[in-house]
Design a protein around this ligand. Structure first.
Ligand code: 16G
Length: 259
């Protein structure tokens, strides 16, 4: 991108919207999206901080925070003394999903400048099956809310998620559209901790067709149980995630054992 390209690219009209969160986040999303769709090619040097601040009409602190976010996300690298460069993401641009942080699909995609959406495949209140009873600590007389959704990112199917929650936590499953956690958050009932079990499996129809994948494609099956602060399990979600898009990353630390 040349100088006039950057002038247009950083113009606030291109990226700033009043209700879409802090400026540094919006700026990071704008730059991040351009890196992912290769509008900003690998190896491109970003203009110096003060120049971006002037073009984008924000403070240098805002630019610094946006760049720090992009560095965290692995999209930009800072070379000592010479500035910030777009990193080479390799041929296939997998989304790195940190396993140690509890995020919703919606947050995770929005943070990367990708627009999440959901198509609700089914939703309703049911008697719990044995798996739900065990996972959510329910009895046969209780009721569960079930929501099954096709999750898309910028219109591309990424996952099929089937979520079950006790009906006192989600009395109206039809309220869930794009984000389950947003609905739970509204009532102060979003999980604060979760356990996940990940398996590799292959996908059959009708799910394969819904995901736009050939029958038999490899997908990741992830079961998540989400808990409230009190320790009560309130979400059991089984999801099938496109193996070619998601790249789950776990940070491991050496455990210091006491002798
Ligand atoms: C993530 C969770 C899923 C949760 C959903 C909520 C994994 C493997 N799964 O996809 O358990 O229900 O986020 O997202 O991360 P939402 O608020 O966008 O509906």
């Amino acid at each position: 991108m040349d100088e006039s390209g950057f002038t247009r690219f950083f113009d606030p009209g291109q990226w700033l919207q009043p209700s879409r969160g802090p400026r540094y986040e919006q700026l990071a999303r704008h730059i991040g999206a351009a890196i992912r769709n290769a509008a900003l090619a690998a190896g491109t040097q970003l203009p110096p901080e003060r120049e971006i601040a002037a073009l984008a009409d924000v403070s240098r602190v805002t630019v610094r925070k946006a760049i720090a976010r992009l560095v965290d996300e692995g999209l930009v690298e800072q070379r000592r003394g010479s500035g910030s460069y777009v990193r080479d993401l390799g041929g296939e641009q997998k989304l790195e999903h940190m396993l140690s942080t509890l995020t919703s699909f919606t947050d995770y995609m929005r943070r990367r400048g990708i627009e999440p959406d959901s198509r609700v495949l089914s939703a309703g209140l049911f008697a719990p099956d044995p798996t739900e009873m065990v996972a959510l600590g329910l009895g046969a007389g209780d009721t569960v809310a079930r929501v099954r959704r096709l999750r898309t990112a910028d219109g591309t199917p990424m996952a099929i998620e089937a979520s079950s929650l006790p009906s006192d936590i989600l009395p109206r499953p039809e309220e869930v559209g794009t984000s389950l956690y947003e609905v739970l958050g509204r009532y102060g009932r979003a999980p604060v901790r979760a356990m996940q079990r990940i398996n590799a499996c292959s996908i059959d129809d009708p799910d394969a067709t819904l995901m736009g994948l050939p029958v038999g494609s490899a997908v990741l099956k992830i079961d998540r149980t989400g808990y409230l602060q009190s320790g009560r399990p309130i979400e059991f979600t089984t999801g099938l995630y496109r193996g070619d898009i998601y790249d789950f990353v776990a940070e491991l630390r050496l455990e210091h054992r006491r002798r």
